[in-house]
Design a protein around this ligand. Structure first.
Ligand SMILES: Cc1cc2nc3c(=O)[nH]c(=O)nc-3n(C[C@H](O)[C@H](O)[C@H](O)COP(=O)(O)OP(=O)(O)OC[C@H]3O[C@@H](n4cnc5c(N)ncnc54)[C@H](O)[C@@H]3O)c2cc1C
Length: 416
């Protein structure tokens, strides 16, 4: 049994805490805010084996310039003088290649399927309840060109062993008879699903607390005391010291600066996105999550409300909500869902979150070479909820000095 300090109470920190606790370790979670309220809060909650293409891909590069010049585009880079940002952009561009997608698609498929299997396994657990549904995911297309691109991706997904097909308007109607959409067709990825991310995090936290795991909120780790090739202790903003055998940093977008203290270069930018929820009504009476393919808006239905999420603004750590971009999400949704007519006054729980984005679109999970009791788990960009259970399992294997159940070489901390 080891004493473990986990810094960061998002999905990565919570699943690490869960599997470490189940493995017999004594865990403390240290969180600068409240548990689960940063990037893991208002995201779309999609569990997506369909996302086997890394964020850095030729499609993004091709559309990149057009998007940069359009204030209403779903992808935007806020220009600023920042050497880290400039380096990040150069690296990101260099990964927007077919070769990079090819090199990583098997890994992304494998880790996603591993994580999805863990979600399914956890459904039957007696520790905590959560709302996971294997709903599938619709990539809704208005334009012929996008539908053709989706056809190509579905073919590739099938070649990778993922279940999916192209649906025409009638097929969509059969799947969702109580709602109507202004689209040409959709790609339907059957392996995908969704969770309510914040409810899940709180369910894990409540269970762990009942088991004696300590959670410290409003506790920002500001100092790290190093002793030779080990971390000796952490100190929070109130001056309290924490000593453990192993230290896990699951600090999301904030990890890049923290890592510098460990002489680790893990480039990262915040990919800001927004979301809001709308109570269910006749127009929003559907149960399959969807992504509006041309607008990159994710729409996730729950029992009593629907969450709308979108936009990727590469913007450092600035979390300001930008009204125009939120309105773009609302307008795009109204354009695809017939009779939805979502008004500003219908929007609740307006939120902004910073996706921790590595330049190659691959997470960083591994043990430090310089500091033997340090493990980092971050950089999940758009798929952190999807990869939550796999992240927790991998971290636990690293602590236990066991071989993880999947190959983690692609995520190594020293690739830049
Ligand atoms: C609009 C939007 C939609 C998304 N949709 C999806 C989706 O459908 N599916 C999916 O899989 N992913 C989605 N994501 C991405 C997903 O939300 C993230 O990948 C994931 O939440 C990252 O989790 P994390 O635990 O690594 O980081 P976080 O949730 O950000 O947690 C890190 C925690 O560390 C804490 N911390 C940082 N520094 C310190 C410190 N010094 N001391 C103490 N605590 C510290 C922070 O306060 C924070 O709580 C979406 C993101 C956005 C913005």
């Amino acid at each position: 049994m080891k004493e473990i300090a986990i810094v960061g109470g998002g999905i990565s920190g919570l699943f690490s805490a869960y599997f470490l606790h189940k493995s017999g370790h004594k865990v403390t979670v240290l969180e600068s805010n409240k548990i689960g309220v940063e990037c893991s809060y208002g995201n779309a909650g999609l569990i997506v084996p369909s996302h086997f293409e890394a964020l850095a891909n030729p499609g993004v590069l091709k559309k990149g310039l057009k998007w940069m010049l359009n204030p209403n585009s779903p992808f935007f880079l806020k220009p600023r003088f920042d050497l880290d940002l400039v380096k990040w952009i150069f690296r990101f561009n260099s990964f927007c290649t077919k070769k990079h997608v090819e090199n990583n698609k098997y890994f992304l498929r494998d880790i996603s399927l591993y994580s999805t299997a863990l979600y399914k396994e956890l459904l039957g657990n007696e520790d905590f309840d959560f709302d996971y549904k294997n709903t599938g995911l619709l990539m809704m297309c208005k334009e012929e060109k996008t539908l053709l691109e989706e056809e190509h991706l579905i073919k590739e997904a099938n070649e990778l062993g993922l279940k999916g097909k192209i649906l025409n308007k009638e097929d969509i109607k059969k799947l969702e008879p109580n709602a109507s959409f202004d689209v040409l067709g959709a790609a339907y990825y059957e392996d995908d699903g969704r969770v309510q991310p914040y409810d899940l995090i709180i369910a894990i936290k409540n269970y762990l607390e009942s088991e004696g795991v300590v959670f410290k909120e409003d506790c920002k780790i500001e100092d790290i005391n190093l002793s030779g090739s080990k971390i000796d202790s952490l100190v929070d903003d109130a001056g309290t010291k924490y000593v453990a055998d192993e230290y896990i940093f699951a600090t999301g977008v904030f990890t890049a600066n923290i890592a510098k203290k460990f002489k680790l270069n893990i480039p990262m930018q915040g990919g800001k996105g927004f979301s809001f929820i709308v109570k269910k009504n006749d127009a929003l009476n559907f149960s399959t999550p969807m992504i509006l393919a041309e607008e990159k808006v994710a729409i996730t239905p729950y029992d009593s409300y629907v969450r709308f999420a979108g936009t990727m603004m590469i913007c450092g750590e600035d979390k300001t909500i930008v009204d125009r971009r939120v309105n773009n999400i609302r307008n795009a949704s109204n354009n695809y869902i017939n009779n939805s007519n979502i008004q500003k006054s219908d929007m609740e729980d307006l939120w902004a979150g910073l996706r921790p984005c590595s330049p190659d679109g691959i997470p960083y999970i591994g043990r430090s070479k310089e500091f033997s009791n340090l493990i980092i788990a971050t950089g999940h960009a758009m798929i952190g909820i999807s990869l939550g259970p796999s992240t927790g399992k991998i971290v636990t294997s690293l602590v236990n000095e066991e071989k993880p159940e999947i190959d983690i070489e692609k995520m190594n901390l020293y690739r830049f």
